[in-house]
Design a protein. Structure first.
Length: 257
């Protein structure tokens, strides 16, 4: 399975999963239809699935138009999103599995950004392969999503699930927010050498107009403040050692940043 990153709208990423053997494809969070249909035409591939992480327009905006072109496509989303995702046919819960070509995706229920948000994790199928995590707007490179419909307690639990995955997991998040996220991260974790060097790297990437997604989960664990609520530096920046409070205060500071 090959993952093709498609830039959309102002700062969204759409991901096309392509299986070369069967020449079939699946799309994660089609913000808009045009660039997806164009890429499918180029590949001459048949689209079999739309995997939505949550109901926001910049993640489901292309569903309807894509379904008109590919009437056989199956539309997946979270069970709690019933009625909010155009064309949704499959209602997924924590622990459910989805199939694409020879890969099996595990579903994580990760409320916080929205009350229904889910992630799809495709573990490696053989030695030398890495896992792929499609986490929508919950975990970003260097940051996390805003809490629109959930509580800090839920978000810590959700991010905790993602944090438990292997370090070499590719993190395919839905927005190019990395540079801004790391600028904030430096204000709360300034002595973190890994963070400083990541910031320099990302700054160079962005000055060349290059994407910073996917990132690696191991890098997130070392540099993303929203996965580091139990680290002394973040506890002292937020003046609390209580995990949910640490996270909530970080999120509040980022909202003001
Ligand atoms: Zn969103
Ligand atoms: Fe979004």
């Amino acid at each position: 399975m090959q993952v093709i990153r498609i830039a959309a709208l102002s700062d969204n990423y759409i991901f096309l999963l392509h299986d070369l053997k069967q020449n079939i494809a699946a799309v994660v969070d089609p913000a808009e239809a045009e660039p997806v249909l164009k890429k499918l035409k180029e590949l001459k591939a048949e689209l079999v699935a739309i995997f939505n992480t949550h109901h926001h327009q910049d993640h489901v905006g292309g569903n309807k138009q894509i379904m008109q072109q590919f009437p056989q496509v199956t539309v997946y989303g979270g069970a709690e999103d019933q009625g909010r995702i155009p064309g949704q046919q499959v209602f997924l819960q924590q622990g459910d599995r989805v199939h694409f070509a020879d890969r099996i995706g595990e579903v994580f229920f990760i409320p916080g950004h929205t009350r229904a948000h889910i992630a799809y994790y495709f573990p490696p199928t053989q030695v030398g392969e890495t896992g792929d995590l499609f986490c929508g707007d919950t975990l970003f490179a260097g940051g996390c999503g805003r809490l629109f419909e959930g509580t800090p307690t839920q978000m810590v639990d959700s991010l905790g699930k993602l944090r438990s995955l292997p370090d070499d997991t590719h993190v395919w998040c839905a927005h190019e927010y990395t540079l801004k996220n790391l600028q904030f991260a430096l204000t709360v974790d300034s002595d973190n050498a890994n963070l400083q060097s990541r910031y320099d790297e990302v700054k160079a990437y962005r000055s060349r107009g290059e994407a910073t997604v996917p990132s690696l989960l191991g890098v997130e664990k070392l540099t993303n403040p929203f996965l580091r609520w139990d680290q002394p530096a973040l506890q002292s920046a937020t003046k609390t050692r209580e995990p949910v409070q640490t996270f909530a205060r970080l999120r509040g500071m980022k909202d003001q940043f």
